[in-house]
Design a binder for this molecule. Structure first.
Ligand SMILES: [Zn+2]
Length: 105
């Protein structure tokens, strides 16, 4: 098992897990619920981490994450201002609360 990504943004880590799931890459999130440990551990030690199960999937997972974070399609994932959900770049409307990206302040 290999760690492929780490961020203090739990929603973003969850979003990236969904991207990998969509490409049939087995993965899991560690430290998802350990935010309360901050203060006793070194900075970053309890950030959510995304791990791939099969090491052979690592290169593809890295490529997918890089392309998502860099907006490989020319657009970037955006965060709904109403509910905080991360939305994939191809969508212009929040799937959760129907907020439109165009309505961003
Ligand atoms: Zn929303």
């Amino acid at each position: 098992m290999k760690r492929v990504y780490c961020s203090e943004d739990r929603l973003l880590v969850g979003f990236l897990k969904g991207v990998l799931d969509g490409h049939r890459i087995d993965c899991l999130v560690k430290n998802e619920y350990l935010i309360g440990g901050i203060g006793e551990l070194p900075p970053g030690a309890c950030w959510p981490e995304l791990w791939v199960i099969e090491e052979s999937d690592l290169p593809q997972a890295r490529t997918l994450i890089a392309s998502v974070l860099e907006g490989g399609s020319g657009r970037e994932p955006w965060r709904c201002p109403a509910c905080g959900e991360w939305i994939e770049p191809q969508f212009t409307e929040c799937w959760q609360c129907a907020q439109f990206e165009d309505d961003l302040p």
